[in-house]
Design a protein around this ligand. Structure first.
Ligand SMILES: *Cc1c(COP(=O)(O)O)cnc(C)c1O
Length: 396
């Protein structure tokens, strides 16, 4: 039998032990932990909708109408009118004929890839893809081929070298730990030349970038012929919970028939779908929140540059400060927490070995003063030599 305590001890020694922070109130830019207030820069609540009063009101109204639980899977008796209308509204938002709700993004990716990436299919994935895309390819029994991050030449070469058969390319739209964008237009070109399917997971793009917040594909002007499979999540910019896949009628019907992570699970509470409908309406209502985010991100990048901190290229609310060593990243995260700032340390295997980081994220609900407060804390740690001491040369 596996020696669990030895494995846990080893994990601790390597700085890879994961601890949960217990948040004592609503999600937001200010969170309560251990009875203390912290200024948080590590949620995915990019638009500040997770605790928006109108969304909460819709949730409560949904409870009055639909009760608490859905009671069954979608294909039995759990598919409510709230789910159905939300699917139509999501399809309209991303300008595709159909959308299908899944309970989580993790399940959506597993479901799609298990169906489209069965045995005999080769699935090509960016090395920096989200874990759920990688796991999905394994679940379906496809052959998984990983290409260098955002390297379309490497991808094309691997496709070229691949035996005839079905090919599927899958990528994050905005990379979750780096904040950079996938070169989706180039990827669509490669996919077309090799008659491969292309799937984009836009968990961090939808609601945040592109015209009307319609995401990475809208920003690149790509349609459904070029990118047949679009996946989006509802727990990030939307501020609620769940996910969806959007595409053709045939794709959605196929998923309803075959995706096991859709079929064999209880439908999410209908009231949650009602809350998401309101969040989606707020998200579509003008670009004010997105504009605010852009201003805050630019302010942070400018300030960080003045402090001599190196940030990788990213125009999204995801602004990683790459440290390198996992233990050093933990120490830095703890030093910030002492100054009342919450930024969790992201370590392998979530990111490649030797690239542990503070994944700093912004929300439209942050104020400019709060961004300055973060910069001030980083400045102090920098002046005390704490940051430079931590950062591995490669990332300095
Ligand atoms: C968060 C995330 C998921 C998973 O979505 P959940 O709804 O949280 O399960 C999938 N892909 C990417 C890129 C993500 O960031």
């Amino acid at each position: 039998m596996k020696d669990l305590s030895a494995a846990l001890g080893e994990r601790k020694a390597r700085g890879l032990y994961r601890d949960r922070q217990v948040i004592e109130g609503p999600q937001g830019v200010n969170v309560r932990m251990d009875g203390r207030e912290f200024l948080s820069f590590c949620s995915n609540d990019y638009l500040g909708l997770a605790n928006h009063p109108e969304v909460a009101t819709a949730f409560r109204a949904g409870l009055e109408t639909y009760g608490t639980g859905s009671g069954a899977a979608h294909l039995i008796s759990g598919h409510s009118s709230a789910h159905h209308v939300l699917e139509e509204e999501l399809a309209d938002f991303v300008q595709r004929p159909r959308a299908l709700l899944f309970s989580t993004g993790y399940m959506a990716n597993l479901g799609v890839l298990a169906v489209l990436g069965g045995r005999g299919v080769r699935v090509f994935e960016d090395r920096s893809n989200h874990a759920s895309l990688l796991d999905g390819a394994r679940l379906g029994g496809a052959r998984l081929v990983r290409y260098r991050h955002n390297d379309t030449a490497d991808l094309a070469q691997r496709l070229q070298a691949s035996p005839a058969g079905e090919h599927l390319i899958a990528t994050d739209g905005v990379f979750s730990m780096d904040g950079d964008l996938a070169p989706v237009a180039e990827l669509a070109g490669v996919a077309a030349r090799h008659a491969a399917w292309l799937m984009v997971d836009d968990a961090h793009g939808l609601g945040v970038i592109g015209p009307g917040g319609r995401g990475t594909l809208a920003q690149a002007g790509l349609n459904m012929t070029q990118v047949p499979v679009l996946m989006g999540t509802l727990g990030k910019a939307c501020g609620t919970f769940g996910a969806f896949v959007a595409g053709s009628d045939e794709l959605i019907e196929t998923l309803i028939q075959e995706a096991r992570t859709y079929i064999y699970t209880t439908a999410p509470p209908p009231a949650l779908a009602q809350a998401t409908r309101t969040a989606l309406r707020l998200l579509r209502e003008g670009d004010g929140r997105r504009e605010r985010l852009r201003v805050l991100v630019q302010r942070f990048r400018r300030g960080a540059a003045q402090l001599g901190l190196h940030l990788p290229e990213s125009q999204t609310p995801i602004q990683p400060l790459i440290i390198g060593d996992a233990g050093a990243t933990l120490r830095l995260s703890a030093a910030l927490r002492e100054r009342g700032i919450l930024i969790s340390a992201i370590r392998p295997p979530t990111v490649p070995p030797g690239s542990a980081r503070l994944r700093i994220t912004f929300s439209a609900a942050h104020s400019e003063d709060q961004v300055d407060c973060l910069l001030d804390a980083l400045d102090r740690l920098n002046a005390a030599g704490i940051i430079m001491e931590c950062v591995t040369d490669e990332f300095a």
